[in-house]
Write a protein that binds this ligand. Structure first.
Ligand code: PLP
Length: 404
């Protein structure tokens, strides 16, 4: 008789966004006449930029002719994309990352979830709290997180690093020493960032204690302040202790077409063993790369035309975030984020829990946001709103909240 991986049964409830989806569907079934505005789920709404579409069309046509047809993509990804990434995202910022240290993938979610396979089960993980749930959930599935305390919403073997108003939503070095440290900046959900000197402290710490930093820079394109690093490799010594995840989802609208990459420097080793070689081996077996056409489209992100078009899209989402931020602030709410990020983090007034506030907003304003508690225990009492909507919906959502 087969047996299942019982770690899956330890996961509390369903994934945050499935729960939200269920609640919204129930509301819509009860109120078919009402239009629900979603400022909740982190999906983009703008179509792919013309420069990307042109490249996609060209690549599709190439697949129709024997001379230009492409089959399996190389395991690490096509050289043309890895070279464009190494130049556009790293060399241009003074980071020494070579094309063959870049693994092209079908998005950051896969990579963030799968990376833990490289590490033994007795590694202790530390996470920002609140944060993107994939880091903890993928470690739960692997059996690395111990016992869940339903009341507190915490796992016994996870080091939670609170990111709260008192520390400006930036984690402090943990008291207990972790082996794997997940950092995400600009942060989902708080929209907070850390400066280059703060990140350098983390890199120094990881090198000192022998930990690996798993750095998620999915929202890098939203950074507008000069002292905020775009990549962890801007810090000295990061090549020896850090893996970085990037996504084409939020900077270029690839949420539906799927493209991302992970950087594992060759210098990152555990004794003699290269993590780069391990991930290479994994890609060879459990391939989660992207098709040729999508990689071609991804390369358009680095062209002058692509860059100019995407700058406008990002500015659009950031302006939406500003409309939410300013609108709520004017109403007397305490808000943060939204400057180097598409996310606005709202402190829920009064005593409502974040799920109660979710229901309140949905029932009374027809607006959907994301309850902070879904991102970790320190997210309780907070609510995430995103600038990823359309301008019209964003403005209307703020107007509806004004009338609450
Ligand atoms: N990392 C963070 C912090 C995210 O918020 C998300 C998506 O919302 C991802 C990664 C996933 O990115 P992708 O769409 O490339 O899988």
């Amino acid at each position: 008789m087969f047996k299942i991986n019982t770690n899956y049964q330890k996961l509390p409830g369903s994934y945050l966004f499935s729960t939200i989806g269920k609640k919204v569907r129930a509301y819509q079934a009860e109120h078919p006449e009402k239009k629900v505005i979603s400022l909740g789920i982190g999906d983009v709404t703008q179509p792919l930029a013309p420069a990307i579409i042109e490249e996609l069309h060209r690549a599709v046509d190439e697949m129709a002719a024997a001379e230009t047809f492409k089959g399996y993509a190389p395991d690490l990804g096509y050289e043309f994309l890895r070279t464009a990434v190494a130049q556009g995202d790293f060399a241009s910022r003074g980071c020494d990352i070579q094309p063959d240290e870049i693994f092209v993938s079908d998005g950051a979610k896969c990579d963030c979830g799968n990376i833990q396979e490289l590490f033994s089960l007795d590694n202790k993980i530390a996470v920002c709290d609140p944060v993107y749930p994939v880091y903890v959930d993928s470690n739960v599935m692997a059996g690395r997180t111990g016992v869940y305390d339903e009341k507190k919403g915490i796992w016994s073997d996870v080091i939670y690093m609170p990111c709260v108003a008192e520390n400006h939503f930036a984690p402090e070095l943990p008291k207990e020493t972790p082996d794997l440290i997940y950092l995400c900046f600009p942060n989902n959900p708080t929209g907070s960032v850390i400066t280059k000197s703060q990140l350098q402290e983390w890199v120094d710490y990881a090198n000192r204690v022998g930990a690996v930093i798993l750095y998620d820079a999915a929202y890098e394109a939203y950074i507008s302040e000069d002292d905020v690093p775009h990549s962890i490799y801007e810090c000295q010594g990061a090549q020896n202790c850090a893996i970085e995840f990037r996504s084409f989802s939020k900077n270029a609208g690839f949420t539906g077409v799927r493209l991302g990459y992970t950087v594992i420097p060759k210098a990152l080793k555990c004794g003699d063993v290269s993590l780069h070689d391990m991930w290479d081996r994994r890609h060879g077996t459990k391939y989660n790369g992207a098709p040729y056409m999508i990689q071609k489209a991804g390369a358009a992100v680095y062209t002058e035309k692509g860059k100019a078009q995407l700058k406008q899209q990002i500015a659009y989402y950031k302006e939406n975030a500003k409309i939410i931020y300013d609108g709520l602030k004017a109403l007397g709410y305490t808000v943060s984020g939204g400057v180097n990020s598409p996310y606005v983090w709202l402190k829920i007034p009064g005593t409502m829990t974040s799920w109660e506030f979710f229901d309140h907003l949905l029932q009374n304003a027809g607006v959907v946001g994301t309850p902070g508690s879904g991102f970790g225990p320190s997210g309780e009492g907070y609510f995430r709103l995103t600038g990823f909507g359309t301008r019209k919906n964003t403005e209307e959502a703020v107007e509806r909240i004004k009338k609450l």
